[in-house]
Design a protein around this ligand. Structure first.
Ligand code: AMP
Ligand code: MG
Length: 333
């Protein structure tokens, strides 16, 4: 199984990715292309058309970069859930066409599970509390029994989208996260609401308040960027600390596009040092949506359920746009 060759295909939203990964965990190639538009939002049908157009080229490039031939592929995995249906369908189409052609097993992967598994592979962390901090998702997750359970989450919008929304209101363009991080370096604190409800966090009221303060000329961009980071990141740090205490785990792993933010890592690291826990961050190119995370999770699923996947018929495989991470059984750890 160490030499097993898996092609992973990612297509849940903006990004179409393809990657070749070995059963040992070695990543041989990882190619992706991301749909964009001028406003920075996503029009689901446009993203799907983008994927339809470039999908084959990306897959062929991944095979070429890995220095293998199509016939060497042993299994194929694809992002089956959750995500935008038009994007998921395109990914599945490429995956099924190729699985049919090569007569190899096809494995549907939960995209959120894949973010966690690639994080563990690359940081060598064993059984952490995960913070998934992407544009759309903000969840505190840990393995309990045979499920990745969500211990706390953002109730309305995810942390990246919250930062982007504020960025739009002060004309920073998209994505605003990196620009907010730079502006924050020149700011000082103005008071903003702090909204933690049990283990959950709520960003949207804070964004409205910060945007209003800017419109009313009561605070500068820099001060608002600084205060927003301090507030949102403190909220995330507070619930992460509580999840560490509750689960009695001693590792914290930060994943997602927002993991690029140095101040967020600094705050989480300080909290972990105080608890004698180990803090790790997933390298940014593997924190974003990409094919290697799908390939690696496909390998894990295949290794633990080989006969099931060998006998699975293509027509019984489908997408599930709304599947939550805690619906999926984890039997490989
Ligand atoms: P993802 O959804 O995981 O692809 O991550 C994209 C999100 O990460 C967007 O909302 C970005 O604004 C955000 N982001 C990227 N870099 C940074 C940064 N340095 N600080 C804060 N947010 C960031
Ligand atoms: Mg993602």
């Amino acid at each position: 199984m160490e030499n097993l060759i898996c092609l992973g295909i990612e297509a849940t939203a903006h990004t179409f990715g393809a990657s070749i990964v070995l059963g040992s965990g070695k990543i041989l190639s990882d190619v992706k292309e991301t749909y964009t538009n001028e406003k920075g939002g996503i029009i689901p049908m446009e993203a799907a058309n983008h994927h339809a157009k470039i999908g084959l080229k990306i897959i062929e490039q991944a095979i070429k970069d890995a220095n293998i031939k199509e016939e060497n592929i042993d299994i194929i995995s694809f992002s089956a859930s959750p995500g935008l249906a038009p994007s998921l369908i395109q990914g599945m189409k490429f995956a099924k066409d190729l699985a049919l052609k090569l007569k190899v097993p096809l494995i549907g992967v939960n995209h959120l599970t894949a973010h966690l598994e690639i994080g563990k592979l690359l940081t060598k962390v064993k059984n952490p509390v995960f913070i998934l901090a992407t544009g759309a998702n903000t969840q505190i997750i840990a393995l309990e029994g045979n499920k990745y359970r969500i211990f706390g989450e953002a109730l309305s919008i995810g942390i990246g989208n919250a930062l982007d929304k504020f960025g739009r209101s002060i004309n920073l363009g998209f994505p605003a996260g990196p620009k907010i991080e730079q502006l924050a370096k020149k700011g000082s604190y103005v008071e903003l609401p702090y909204v933690v409800k049990g283990m959950d966090i709520e960003f949207s009221g804070i964004i409205t308040k910060a945007s209003d303060l800017y419109k009313q000329k009561k605070a500068s961009k820099e001060d608002l960027c600084f205060s927003l980071q301090e507030t949102l990141f403190s909220m995330l740090t507070e619930v992460s600390e509580r999840a560490l205490a509750h689960t009695e785990k001693s590792e914290l792993l930060l994943i997602g596009g927002v993991a690029a933010n140095k101040r967020l890592s600094e705050m989480l690291n300080i909290m972990c040092q105080e608890r004698e826990a180990k803090f790790s961050v997933v390298p940014i190119q593997h924190s974003m949506d990409h094919g290697a995370m799908i390939a690696w999770t496909g390998i894990l699923q295949y290794k633990t359920n080989t006969d099931y996947y060998k006998n699975l018929k293509l027509e019984d495989i489908d997408i599930n746009p709304r599947q939550r991470i805690d619906e999926k059984e984890i039997n490989w750890v």
